[in-house]
Design a protein around this ligand. Structure first.
Ligand SMILES: [Zn+2]
Length: 207
């Protein structure tokens, strides 16, 4: 088989050299108190895995991401609530990445997946640095969640989308589980040089 991120022949989903570049991101606490934990730092092979899932519909890319995410679940987690993709994106790319990730994390952890949020028709997710010009995303609550609900997203950068998702729920979740996240330090400095731990090789051997 071929490595999903570099396409070199290998015996696993992600080859050893790529796996050795996967790093555990530092936890992030947003201004509203929402705790964001992530499987990997959003760079290199981890970034390519997310892109394969999001833009090429490669569902196999969800397995190594979900394996890392399960390890970051808090003990208090009672259910997984995917942050839905705007419908036109799901139509265009044929996949809703957070639904796929939630399903795999749910299977591995035994937690139920609850589709408690509806996405707006459209929103501009990455509008660049002029954040003040962005309209807030308006999610709708479809069903009740409890205090242990964990929001699931693919990539968290500024946290604006997950904050909007949390606000839309009556019992607002306090934890977000992301496949990858861009550490706040990297956003502030414009680089991705952050203190992070190499976890990839060990993790992928356990797949
Ligand atoms: Zn590789």
């Amino acid at each position: 088989m071929l490595c999903l991120t570099c396409t070199e022949p290998t015996g696993s989903i992600v080859c050893e050299p790529c796996a050795s570049q996967l790093r555990l991101p530092p936890d992030m606490v947003l201004g509203n108190g929402l705790l964001v934990v992530g499987g990997f730092v959003h760079e290199g092979p981890a970034r390519r895995l997310v892109h394969s899932l999001k833009y090429r519909g490669v569902v196999a890319a969800a397995a190594p991401l979900a394996a890392a995410m399960v390890r970051r679940l808090p003990d208090s987690a009672s259910m997984l609530v995917p942050v839905p993709r705007a419908w036109w994106r799901a139509m265009r790319y044929g996949v809703d990445p957070t639904a796929v990730l939630s399903a795999v994390v749910g299977r591995r952890s035994g937690l139920p997946v609850v589709q408690a949020l509806a996405a707006p028709m459209w929103w501009r997710r990455h509008a660049g640095k002029r954040r003040v010009e962005r309209a807030p995303v308006r999610f709708r609550q479809l069903s009740a969640v409890d205090a242990g609900a964990v929001l699931v997203d693919d990539v968290v950068t500024t946290g604006a989308t997950v904050s909007a998702a949390a606000r839309a729920l009556e019992a607002a979740p306090t934890v977000v589980l992301a496949a990858t996240l861009v550490p706040a330090a990297a956003l502030a400095s414009g680089s991705e040089t952050v203190a992070a731990t190499k976890t990839g090789s060990r993790l992928l051997r356990s797949l």
